[in-house]
Design a protein around this ligand. Structure first.
Ligand code: T4K
Length: 373
């Protein structure tokens, strides 16, 4: 198949050479320990703690369970949680499945994270926490959110699924809030096939998380709390150990792809690109572009269709917003967060992964700019 005919997907997982992975998993056959916090799990946990610059970390079977069990570890089983509807549905599901009630706050139109100026008006005597999302790897208004949480005695749990390896003001992003949760899904900057982590500094929170991800088991005769099975197995941990060796190189390649996109698309009337945030070391997780149809000459859906026709699989992350989904639409009004609603109809995540060639970026941008003519 000619290079130009190949389908380009929104992302492609980073995996090591097969030999590297085989070498990493060989020792599993020696010890016959394949899950339940084995040696690979422990090695990965320690290495991630160093890489991410966090005091405490527990690893999980996926990012969703990290969020859900972190809510439990923080003792949040009832009450209202202020959060963003502009996210992957996991954030909302984790809150609801924990018996909590999400209260949706609108987003900042520039970085698309929760708008701190709109949080306080949503606080009631039932509010127990704020769950902001560092969407696309854009860092939330951390200081403002913490000040509100401190003033009202609320917990802060960051959905940091998109921010692996990012720093804010020189500090690992996982070190902010009461807990920060990462996703290590195949589609993320760093993957363990499926996986996730919760970072914390409070030892008691860490102790609870350790039990919660293993049914609440403390020892063979003691079950401390009502937990789940959310343990990362040894084969996933081995993939994580391999991928950790290459993640910096991957992020550098992503940065080059991002630069190429910007060279083509920056300054085109009617196309708005993701902001470059001050004090943030970015991981270049996503490349969202926002289309203003009246100015650009084509709307998001027309661009999406044109890309598709050309074998380019962009994605409408994050459309629909969670309040528009069938399982939530009866309880919420999407119009209550007008900025999130508007952006969800205008935004498109363009393909971005380390192996995306410069010529492919050029082709994608040609299709986009042709739509505007
Ligand atoms: N919070 C936020 C803000 C999140 O974004 C996520 C996950 C979570 C929490 C929960 O974390 P996890 O529990 O998932 O660890 C994908 C991912 O499944 C999901 O992890 C991710 N967010 C979400 C944004 O994207 P889909 O439904 O778009 O995935 P899918 O299967 O359509 O894959 C997207 C593209 O990736 C495909 O077009 C091709 C490529 N791909 C995918 C897989 C799985 C591959 O090339 N190989 C693969 O193995 O949800």
């Amino acid at each position: 198949m000619a290079e130009a005919d190949k389908k380009i997907l929104v992302t492609r997982p980073s995996i090591p050479d097969m030999d590297e992975y085989i070498n990493e998993i060989k020792s599993i056959w020696d010890c016959m320990w394949i899950t339940n916090m084995g040696p690979k799990h422990e090695e990965l946990r320690k290495k991630l703690s160093e890489y991410l610059g966090v005091d405490g970390i527990e690893i999980f079977t996926n990012g969703h369970m990290a969020i859900e069990l972190s809510l439990h570890a923080l003792g949040l089983y009832e009450g209202e949680v202020i959060t963003s509807p502009f996210t992957f549905v996991s954030t909302t599901h984790a809150i609801v499945r924990s018996g909590l009630t999400p209260v949706f706050c609108d987003i900042d139109p520039d970085d698309m994270t929760i708008d701190p100026d709109k949080i306080e008006e949503l606080i009631t005597d039932r509010t127990v926490a704020i769950v902001p999302v560092h969407v696309y790897g854009n860092i939330c208004h951390i200081e403002d959110i913490q000040a509100i949480a401190d003033k009202h005695g609320l917990k802060v749990l960051y959905d940091a699924a998109h921010t692996f390896g990012e720093t804010y003001k020189g500090k690992g992003i996982g070190a902010y809030g009461d807990v920060s949760c990462f996703s290590f899904h195949a589609t993320k900057v760093y993957n363990t096939i499926e996986g996730g982590a919760a970072c914390f500094s409070d030892r008691e929170t860490g102790r609870k998380l350790g039990y919660l991800r293993d049914f609440g088991i403390v020892d063979e005769e003691t079950v401390d709390c009502i937990g789940a099975n959310a343990k990362m197995n040894e084969f996933c941990a081995a993939m994580g150990l391999c991928n950790l060796r290459h993640v910096d190189e991957d992020i550098a390649k992503r940065a080059a792809v991002t630069t190429r996109y910007r060279e083509h698309l920056e300054g085109i009337p009617g196309i708005r690109l993701n902001p470059v945030q001050k004090d943030v070391k970015s991981n270049h997780a996503y490349f969202p572009a926002i289309f203003d149809a009246a100015v650009f000459g084509a709307d998001r859906d027309e661009v999406f269709d044109a890309l598709n026709k050309n074998g380019i699989g962009a994605r409408k992350y994050f459309y629909p917003i969670t309040t528009m989904m069938d399982c939530y639409r009866d309880k919420y009004n999407a119009e209550d967060t007008p900025i999130a609603l508007k952006i969800s109809k205008e935004v498109l995540s363009l393909p971005l992964y380390p192996g995306l060639a410069a010529e492919e970026v050029d082709r994608i941008c040609r299709v986009i700019t042709d739509c505007g003519r």
